[in-house]
Design a binder for this molecule. Structure first.
Ligand code: HAM
Length: 426
């Protein structure tokens, strides 16, 4: 019986991995500009970390976590809780009162797999710990916006404020009153949530519920003075940066740690899995996880599989031609035992000079090696057979065009690394 990957777990094959590398390179370059540094975190944590941070009654903690049979340890379903745990464990906020950190890695949720929704997926997670400033919230959105613009991905930004422990209970009471007027016609999940976590009723996707819930009161009208002011400052900062957004009073997010600003970047091109990046402010979370009372924080995470899917769609739409770009600079085709030996030594010399070199190790025919060079997308092929060894000059073929002008597609070249490198370049 053939063993296959598990449902919801995906191999990233070499061609796709190239796209991931390009994406990660771009991300890292942009994050440098925004003054973020990387932190790398373990993928298994104590179960209680997630239960405490994300909330006992959330879907993630209730039914989606991959928890080991001993119940003590869990594969991380998100990055924020782990990142804060690490910052507190190593007292990083004492070294620098505002920490601007990012991490990229695999997350695990036992969800029903579908396009853009996996059980192992990757997030770019970006967090700012120690600042309450509305500029931070706006800057996080500006960073995501810049990344989407650089990638040519079309998204829209939705914004809400969930208030704070002072004003949210007032709203919660109002919302409960509203829910009670229509509770009987809501779905089972909503009825259950109205007991445990009534705000989650607001983002129910069941059409019959939506009809009722659309008339719910808006949390934005119940914000206390400080939260209203903060929310306004975030909006002003976004206006000043010319970043478009839409206020969405129904956006409550699936994790309980948020307060004040929440936001989501949405696409119309991935069916039901519309959120490509999402996050917000979580001013009470650091304290909940054992940090100093009143330490604020904000951040967001981006689903990298969803971004890669959008990039692929975009390429298909544009009918992008196969890239003419080479994967290796030179393929050395050694023929016969002596030719192979010379090819082997030359390959090591050229690699140590920085060139990307491909080689045949199986003593294939010239024709077979030329085919291989083509498959490996080599810019040049150097042929070394007995005649070439005798004359000290190999045949260099340009696979992508001409050599040094004049329409020549092949030429003889001294079999020395320096001379070869001068022609094939970096
Ligand atoms: P989240 O909304 O659960 O937030 O996830 C953030 C993003 O991860 C989503 O918008 C989506 O792009 C991607 N994502 C989530 N689940 C899946 C899945 N099953 N398959 C593929 N992609 C997925 C968080 O995780 C928060 N920790 C974000 C945050 C950081 N808030 C503050 N800081």
């Amino acid at each position: 019986m053939k063993i296959k990957a598990l449902k919801g777990f995906k191999d990233i094959l070499p061609e796709e991995a190239k796209r991931w590398q390009q994406l990660e390179e771009l991300i890292r370059e942009l994050l440098k500009q925004f003054n973020f540094t990387e932190i790398r975190l373990p993928i298994i944590e104590e179960t209680s970390l997630f239960a405490r941070a994300i909330g006992d009654t959330t879907d993630i903690v209730e039914k989606e976590m991959f928890t080991f049979p001993d119940k003590q340890q869990t594969l991380r379903p998100e990055g924020t809780a782990s990142l804060i745990r690490a910052v507190l464990e190593h007292a990083l906020l004492l070294q620098k009162p505002v920490q601007r950190l990012f991490t990229i890695g695999a997350m695990f949720r036992r969800e029903r797999p579908q396009k853009g929704r996996l059980r192992q997926f990757h997030q770019l997670d970006i967090e700012v710990l120690g600042s309450e400033s509305a500029f931070v919230d706006a800057e996080l959105m500006a960073l995501a916006d810049r990344l989407f613009a650089r990638l040519g991905i079309d998204v829209s930004l939705e914004l809400n404020s969930l208030g704070c422990p002072k004003c949210r209970p007032v709203y919660r009471k109002e919302l409960l009153q509203f829910i009670n007027t229509c509770k009987d016609s809501l779905c089972k999940d909503c009825q259950r949530r109205s007991e445990s976590n009534p705000l989650r009723v607001l983002d129910c996707k069941v059409p019959a519920c939506r009809g009722q819930i659309d008339a719910a009161p808006s949390i934005q009208e119940y914000l206390c003075e400080e939260c209203a002011e903060h929310f306004q400052s975030v909006q002003n900062a976004l206006h000043n940066l010319n970043i478009d957004f839409r206020l969405n009073k129904f956006m409550v997010r699936g994790l309980d740690y948020y307060c004040r600003t929440t936001f989501e970047f949405i696409t119309n091109n991935l069916g039901a899995q519309a959120a490509v990046a999402a996050g917000g402010r979580y001013d009470g979370l650091i304290e909940t996880l054992g940090g100093k009372a009143g330490t604020p924080g904000a951040g967001f995470a981006m689903g990298l599989e969803r971004i890669v899917l959008l990039l692929e769609q975009q390429e298909q739409k544009e009918g992008a031609e196969e890239q003419a770009e080479a994967d290796i600079d030179l393929f050395i085709a050694g023929l016969g035992e002596a030719g192979q030996e010379r090819a082997f030594v030359l390959s090591q010399e050229l690699r140590s000079m920085g060139s990307r070199i491909g080689l045949d190790y199986e003593g294939r025919s010239l024709k077979a090696q030329m085919k291989l060079a083509d498959k490996e997308r080599a810019a040049f092929v150097l042929i070394i057979g007995d005649a070439e060894l005798e004359s000290g000059k190999g045949v260099l073929k340009n696979m992508l065009g001409e050599i040094g002008g004049g329409g020549k597609e092949q030429e003889e070249i001294v079999l020395e690394a320096e001379a070869i490198r001068r022609i094939i370049g970096q």
